[in-house]
Design a protein around this ligand. Structure first.
Ligand code: MG
Ligand code: ZN
Length: 220
């Protein structure tokens, strides 16, 4: 009995969350704003990728980044230096962002002041998959140092994503290889966009921005 009750409470939480997420998605669409959700393990390179994206887009767009972190403001502080407006959500131990947490941040700002909104979700490949935040696209970042089975072992988060980013491709070689990860990501969904990047060297960052559907002038 107790177990059943727990399950139904959890189900209800998902229903409430999904309704808020849908509302966020509709608001963004109506206002012609872009909203992306970046997920991935701790250490995959989400923050550096967002720093690169923010820096690249800031001359042309007003970018607002929401950082989910269990306890610190380290990532938001880093991204703030790239020209984006950033806000930190401390989840107080929570391992994912939810639509209501995002809505609370949107309530504090004027959506019309920005063009592009991006979340850096809390670093893990499990529960952010179950919590729709209302983004138009979900992006999952993995790095080639996470092992060749990292995608095979986490199919659910990739099923809910439109873009898979294979990061740290600059250290590709004998020990680390992107080939299996690219294949696995493509196998999960036939229309998955798979992009190899190196946030460190900026390789693939423009391709990722293009995959998001954002227009930017080509690099010189
Ligand atoms: Mg980070
Ligand atoms: Zn969680």
């Amino acid at each position: 009995m107790v177990e059943n009750k727990q399950i139904s409470v959890k189900k209800k939480a998902y229903v409430v969350n999904d309704a808020i997420a849908e509302k966020i998605r509709n608001t963004m669409k109506t206002k012609n704003k872009r909203f992306f959700n970046v997920m991935g393990s701790i250490g995959a390179g989400k923050t550096l990728i967002l720093e690169r994206i923010a820096k690249r887009l800031s001359p042309y767009y007003k970018v607002f980044v929401i950082n989910g972190d269990v306890a610190t403001t380290i990532d938001a502080d880093r991204i703030a230096k790239s020209g984006a407006t950033t806000v930190q959500i401390n989840t107080g131990g929570g391992c994912h962002l939810s639509a209501s947490l995002i809505q609370k941040e949107f309530d504090k700002i004027n959506i019309d002041d920005y063009d592009i909104f991006i979340t850096e979700n809390v670093g893990n490949l499990i529960c952010p998959a179950a919590w729709d935040v209302g983004a138009e696209k979900n992006i999952v970042v993995v790095s080639i140092t996470e092992g060749e089975y990292v995608i095979k072992k986490h199919p659910i988060i990739f099923k809910g994503a439109q873009i898979a980013v294979i990061n740290k491709c600059d250290i590709e070689g004998e020990d680390f290889d992107s080939k299996t990860l690219v294949e696995d990501a493509s196998k999960i969904k036939s229309d998955m966009k798979v992009i190899c990047t190196s946030a460190k060297t900026k390789q693939g960052i423009d391709d990722l921005i293009t995959a998001l559907g954002i227009d930017i002038p080509k690099r010189e």
